[in-house]
Design a protein around this ligand. Structure first.
Ligand code: NAD
Ligand code: MG
Length: 299
């Protein structure tokens, strides 16, 4: 079980099996509701300390996986939270929206395909119309499709991966920044794949390299506005992204095993880095990337 405070051996905090599939694949974008074994998003464990009291947050891909764990943590830290997701993910999203409200915060549902520039602008506008501002922007939505052979990577896949992971980040950030006050924070989800790209993830790893550079460049552009920009680079985390064609079935059965900690991570173990980067506790940190990798460190 996730526990933010009890001292324990991190290698044994979750079992290897809780972060591995039996090889069963789901159609994209994947469902958290039917994901087996169940990931831990901190539902029963995350305790807030008021670090984000009164803040307004927009999280893309907030229905499931890492984004869902971040949404729960932000709400329990006192933030109102808007989550964007694909319309077919309504069932997952409803659960997270309910948890945000149960934390005593406002929740805003933003279904829509962010491969579309107009949708990206609408997501931002609806958040501003409802919350009045955006204090925290988490660009976390992502597409990952494993293809083993170069000749089998289609132009359509290459384009869709870049539209989802990189273009949407640009469109949403560009629309959001005019509504972000001094002290606001932008956090992008990059990946260990930005630093140690795997064969079979050519388009995905390339987008993550772009996200890391986007983060560092933007941080320098926005420093004089008092807005910090950072990224989190997760290693193998048990989420619907992986069994929805993010990995081949045989890799799912060993997922995370080759990390120094010997297991995959859970979304609940990634969320605290997003809390830290959003809060004023990280006031002197910008243009930085925090690795949450189980020991496969960033260079
Ligand atoms: P996830 O499937 O739970 O989250 C990804 C979300 O992206 C989906 O829930 C979906 O709502 C959103 N999304 C995808 N395409 C979209 C589109 N066209 N329009 C709107 N929303 C769209 O999986 P996750 O692992 O939590 O992924 C979150 C982020 O973490 C991604 O950027 C992913 O690349 C990154 N990441 C994951 C891992 C891992 O091992 N799980 C490792 C490193 C980085
Ligand atoms: Mg999802």
């Amino acid at each position: 079980m996730s526990d933010q405070t009890t001292m324990q051996n991190p290698a044994k905090q979750y079992s290897k099996a809780q972060g591995q599939g039996d090889g069963t694949l789901q159609p994209e974008p994947g469902s958290d509701t039917t994901l087996n074994p169940r990931p831990d998003h901190g539902e029963s464990s995350y305790k807030g300390l008021g670090r984000l009291k009164g803040r307004k947050a927009l999280i893309t891909g907030g229905d499931s996986g890492i984004g869902a764990a971040v949404a729960i943590a932000y709400a329990r830290e006192g933030a109102d939270v808007a989550i964007s997701y694909l319309p077919e993910e309504e069932e997952d999203a409803k659960k997270i929206l309910k948890l945000i409200e149960e934390a005593g915060q406002k929740a805003l549902a933003l279904p829509g395909d962010i491969k579309n520039e107009k949708t990206c602008k609408e997501i931002v506008q609806k958040t501003v119309d409802t919350f009045g501002a955006i204090d925290i922007l988490v660009n976390n939505a992502g597409k990952q499709e494993f293809v083993g052979e170069l000749q089998d990577v289609t132009s359509e896949q290459f384009q869709h991966t870049f539209q989802t992971n990189v273009f949407a980040m640009f469109w949403i950030t560009q629309a959001a920044v005019p509504h972000m006050p001094e002290g606001a924070s932008i956090i992008n989800t990059t990946s260990i794949q930005s630093y140690q790209p795997s064969p079979g993830l050519l388009d995905y790893a390339s987008t993550k390299g772009a996200i890391t550079s986007f983060t560092k460049s933007l941080a320098k552009m926005l420093a004089d506005k008092g807005i910090r920009v950072n990224a989190v680079a997760p290693g193998p985390i048990w989420t619907p992204l992986q069994p929805s064609h993010g990995q081949p079935p045989e890799k799912l059965q060993q997922f995370g095993e080759n990390t120094p900690l010997g297991r995959a991570g859970q979304p609940a173990e990634v969320a605290p880095s997003y809390v830290f980067l959003a809060s004023q506790e990280s006031s002197y940190i910008t243009a930085e990337v925090i690795g949450v990798t189980g020991g496969h460190h960033l260079p």
